[in-house]
Design a protein around this ligand. Structure first.
Ligand code: FUL
Length: 506
């Protein structure tokens, strides 16, 4: 369904905007590689690239929810035509609080509503077109889905984001420069009428409009509008802050670098040295298996912090279809997806499509409840708690178990490898490792192993390459009192915020 990412990127270039209102963390989220930099210097530069404040906040959300809702909900289609009559939109039991309360209870920290999908139907009473809720029978044309979702998010302290499809099969001016103005007006309404917006999600699909023409999207102009009106919002997918993981399966990469090479156009802007923040649309194929290893960055001209988001639907389709009521992913499947998204240094964006009544369906709610129960059962009790930690070349070992993300363990001097020994208060049975780098310092670890002591012998339990914000690894259950984490390769001193051992429920 999703056209290739390469195709998305054809019509875009680069823009850098200084944003005084968003402070950087310890460093910058991009770096220039100078001609003559050695490979070692490039690796060190990569290790010091850090997320912007908005990227760091977004990464820490871990779980975010997508709501695909609109005329497709009523036509049983995944993509509309732009010719749907607004009269079909009538969610008689619509209850945004039910959506938000349900996802919040399941652990989700932010949501994104499809304010407009490719069919052009707007879920808010926009002044830009009649093709909206205003022309529907719902609440006699006085309803506003975006407003009610934003209000529920505010009430329950959940982040709020909007999906605004650049492709619009209904707008008569689509395919002409006037459409970019129309789009700016739509964005401006969404970013000024509903309070704080935390994420703006742009799909790159670029099909034909009602007159058969395609549009050249003015992404740079749109980014400037967002940075001006909502500087804290991340701009995702066809945007500078968050990249698509490359699949819609819920499975990210085991080796997931958040620091990847910047493209050519971007470099020209970095090179003038005057910019404080980046805003550029992605180029190139983000579906490759490896985006940021040494091999990938050694010939780069610049590097950027550009983390992955894993979007997947709880059902086969993005929109609600009654025939998929019995195809909702099970709690166990959702837990697996959690391991292969959040546990692979990504943020999960799970789509839960509201039904024709305007509610999340019973089957989806049940599955979400089951998922959160599994999450809680698995991760509430860190079996490493109370361990005595020893590390001959490390400082601040207590930070590994103190439940604070900001405190962190690191190595002394220039050491990039280390072994951290944990002696648990008593022998424990576990089958999950959770480990986190402090990404506000950078992403550094390239190879690590977890071992346990069996009698007098150390045996390997699990191994991994990247860690990033969070890495989860499953292995065969083992009962042990002594375990050790060995960092075998890191781009600079590794900085670890947390270490956990857990047991999956039977
Ligand atoms: C795709 C769209 O075409 C789908 O309909 C859906 O919105 C998905 C999240 O992105 O590219």
């Amino acid at each position: 369904m999703r056209p290739s990412f390469v195709k998305y990127c054809s019509a875009v270039s680069v823009l850098f905007i200084a944003t005084a209102s968003i402070a950087q963390t310890t460093g910058m989220n991009y770096v220039l590689i100078k001609p003559g930099d050695t490979e070692q210097q490039i690796i060190a530069k990569a290790a010091n690239v850090t997320p912007s404040a908005r990227q760091l906040r977004w990464q820490q959300l871990e779980l975010t929810a997508f709501f695909h809702f609109g005329v497709n909900t009523y036509t049983d289609k995944e993509w509309g035509t732009g010719k749907e009559s607004p009269s079909i939109f009538n969610p008689v039991l619509f209850d945004a609080e039910q959506w938000i309360k349900t996802v919040k209870a399941a652990g989700f920290k932010q949501v994104i509503i499809t304010a407009k999908h490719h069919d052009g139907f707007c879920l808010w009473p926009t002044n830009t077109t009649e093709h909206s809720v205003k022309s529907s029978p719902w609440k006699e044309g006085k309803g506003d889905v975006v407003k009610e979702v934003a209000a529920a998010c505010k009430k329950y302290n959940v982040g709020f984001g909007v999906y605004l499809s650049p492709w619009d099969m209904n707008a008569p001016m689509y395919g002409t420069e006037a459409y970019n103005d129309f789009f700016v007006n739509q964005l401006t309404e969404l970013l000024t009428q509903y309070g704080r917006v935390d994420e703006v999600w742009f799909d790159g699909a670029n099909g034909e409009g009602p007159n058969g023409k395609k549009q050249v999207y003015d992404f740079n102009r749109w980014y400037a509008v967002i940075r001006k009106l909502q500087p804290a919002a991340t701009i995702a997918i066809m945007g500078p802050d968050v990249r698509w993981v490359g699949t819609e399966s819920g499975k990210g990469r085991e080796q997931e670098w958040s620091v990847i090479p910047a493209d050519e156009n971007m470099m020209e802007k970095i090179a003038d040295g005057s910019q404080k923040d980046v805003a550029f649309a992605p180029k190139g194929d983000k579906m490759q298996k490896d985006l940021g290893s040494r091999e990938k960055i050694k010939d780069a001209k610049g590097l950027i912090w550009y983390p992955a988001e894993t979007d997947v639907s709880i059902r086969p389709g993005w929109f609600y279809h009654a025939k998929e009521d019995d195809k909702v992913k099970s709690p166990q499947r959702l837990l697996d997806i959690y391991f292969s998204s959040v546990g692979y240094n990504s943020v999960l964006l799970l789509n839960i499509p509201p039904n024709k009544e305007g509610l999340l369906s019973a089957s989806d709610v049940k599955s979400l409840e089951g998922f959160s129960a599994l999450l809680r059962k698995t991760f509430t009790k860190n079996l490493a708690k109370g361990a005595i930690i020893k590390c001959s070349n490390g400082t601040n070992t207590n930070a590994l178990l103190d439940q604070s993300y900001t405190t962190y363990f690191t190595t002394k001097g220039k050491d990039t490898t280390t072994t951290i020994d944990f002696t648990l208060p008593s022998a424990k049975t576990f089958d999950v490792l959770s480990v986190q780098e402090n990404i506000s310092i950078g992403q550094r670890v390239e190879k690590f192993v977890l071992e346990y002591k069996d009698g007098t012998e150390w045996k390997q339990l699990a191994e991994g390459s990247t860690i990033g914000y969070k890495r989860l690894l499953k292995f065969q259950p083992v009962t042990a009192k002594q375990v050790r984490l060995r960092i075998l390769s890191s781009r600079l001193n590794p900085t670890l915020s947390s270490f956990g051992l857990y047991k999956l429920t039977e």
